[in-house]
Each structure stands twice: as C-alpha cells, then as structure tokens.
Write a protein that binds this ligand. Structure first.
Ligand code: SF4
Length: 311
C-alpha cells in the first residue's frame, strides 16, 4: 500500500483531520482535509468532530489549534518546525516591554507562541490587522508585535503610531527588491503581489498587498495574467490550481541558504512524518489549561471585533 493510502486508512481509523498550511509541500496540500492560513485552519478543525488534528505547519499554529480545540489531540509532524517570527518575541523580554508601557493596549499577530498570546489584549491576522486597529479609539496607545514590517505597514495605512516590537519573519524580510524589479523588467505587464510581512520598499512597489489568502483571492479575481508572488512559494501550488491559465513567478530572495523564499520550517513537514505521527500519536502539543485559557482570550476578542465589523 502506498504512503498516501496508508495515511488515509489511519486518518479514517483514528477519526483524524489533516490541516495543511499554504506554505507546506504540494503533496501534503493535496491530501489535506483543509488547506489555508493558520487561524482559518484551526477554526475549521475546531468545527469538526475529529479526535485528532494533524497540523502540517509550524509549532505556534499547532498551539493555536490546541487553544481552540482543547479536547482534541493535536499532533505536529516535526517538533522542530518552529518560526523565526514567533521566536523573535521571547516571553521574558516581551513581558518586560509590556510592563514598561502599562498604558498601551497589546495587539499581537497570530504568529506568536501561546505565552505571548497570554500577554496580549487582542490578536490579529494579516487579513484583519488594519480593521482591528482602526476599530480602536484614535487616542488609544498600542503595542504591536511581533512583526515590525506588518506593524509599519499598518501604521502607514491607518495613520497610527503604534509602538512596534522589533521582530520579523526571516523569509519575508529577505526577499530581494532588486531581484523582483529585474524579474518584472524581464516580464513586462507582470503584477507584483506581496505579503505585508515584507519590508516597506517591496510593499511600495507592489500592485497588491495582502495576506496569503487575500493574495490567492486577488490572483483569481484580477484580470491580469502574470504575477510575481512575494510570499512563501508554497502558495503557488494553490494559485496554479485555482488559475491554471495564469503564470506565477516565485519572488527571488537574498536568503543565502537557498536564494529562494522557502520557509525551511514549513518544509520540514513531509508525508512520512505525517504517517509516523498519526500512527504513533506522537509529537503531541500539550498545554497547561490555565495558559490555554489566557491565550484564548485575545483570540476571542479578535473574533468578536471581526464579527462586529462583518469581516
Ligand atoms: S514563513 Fe515566516 S512567519 Fe511563516 S512560518 Fe516561516 S518563519 Fe514563520
């Protein structure tokens, strides 16, 4: 029996769902029950009656799934799949920073550990960050963490002056502006679509800035034929499936390890590891109940605001 059939058999036997983030390998996206952005995946899994969630993504995403589904068993195919952005906000330093600014409301991007969420007032995603910030009174002082590029972008589009934590995603921060412009020059008429975790000079030349899901939607509804995609290239798989007649170029990167925009953490997810963790029910994400309850609060607050705003 081939590996995919073995995974399917186990998935059925154990009443499990497999979640695949848009950045994981195509063969994993192809067998997933749900493919999407991190929070959307956790929300989808929470709605199911599954006993086990296998999260092909990174550690903070599996934690978020556990926070939203405390009674389900959440498995991460490779426990080494961390995230440079989540890790750029160590809990001790971040708590000191928050304590120094007691009059600030703390908004954190969903790409954080459960410990950081527990120190936050509201979480946000790259899809709703602008609206969440705009919903707050103009005089409200705000700390935004951990991504300084996303924070700078939100400051720019809302006219706010949020205090930013100095964190970044190494993947989005290393895309090459020069490489992107050369690629566009060689392919006139191509549009640049970029994730707001990219630095400002890239966002300024982009035709569209948006979350991974927003870029995917834009690539389907916009009438252009060619796009330079400035986010993790795993999303190209879904873009090509949704728009087979269009051309998508992965953006060049200055990352010395691969000169590509691959997230090495996301690429640690492999079919074999999904099979192993499902078979052995290993690599389980365990979380202290009190921490999970604290970390849930800012997520609930975000969902309430989103509902109020009709997002
Ligand atoms: S792409 Fe960046 S933010 Fe996403 S998991 Fe990788 S390191 Fe983290």
């Amino acid at each position: 029996m081939n590996l995919v059939n073995k995974i399917n058999e186990l998935r059925k036997q154990k009443n499990a769902v497999i979640l695949a983030h848009y950045y994981v390998r195509p063969e994993i996206q192809d067998i997933a029950d749900f493919t999407g952005d991190s929070l959307a995946l956790s929300q989808e899994a929470a709605k199911t009656k599954a006993d086990i969630i296998v999260f092909a993504g990174v550690h903070f995403m599996a934690e978020t799934a556990k926070i939203l589904s405390p009674d389900k068993k959440v498995l991460l195919p490779d426990l080494e799949s961390g995230c440079s952005l989540a890790e750029s906000a160590p809990v001790k330093e971040f708590k000191e920073f928050v304590d120094k600014h007691p009059d600030h409301l703390v908004i954190t991007y969903v790409n954080t550990t459960a410990d950081i969420k527990a120190l936050s007032d509201i979480t946000c995603t790259s899809s709703n960050a602008k609206e969440i910030v705009e919903d707050l009174p103009e005089k409200q002082k705000i700390i935004f963490a951990p991504d300084k590029n996303l924070g700078n972008y939100i400051n720019r589009v809302t006219g706010r002056d949020m205090l930013l934590w100095d964190g970044e995603c190494h993947v989005h921060d290393q895309f090459s502006l020069e490489g992107i412009l050369s690629l566009k020059e060689a392919n006139p008429g191509t549009k640049i679509i970029a994730h707001p975790e990219c630095p400002k000079p890239i966002l300024l030349v982009a035709d569209k800035v948006g979350s991974t899901a927003a870029l995917l939607k834009y690539s389907q509804t916009d009438d252009n034929q060619e796009y330079i995609v400035v986010t993790e290239p795993g999303i190209l798989h879904e873009m090509k499936l949704k728009s087979p007649d269009k051309i998508f170029y992965p953006a060049p990167s200055d990352n010395p390890d691969c000169m590509c925009g691959d997230c090495s953490f996301m690429k640690l997810n492999e079919l074999e590891k999904i099979y192993d963790c499902l078979k052995n029910e290993s690599n389980e994400i365990k979380m202290d109940k009190a921490l999970a309850e604290k970390a849930l609060k800012p997520i609930v607050k975000m969902l309430e605001i989103s509902e109020k705003l009709g997002l």
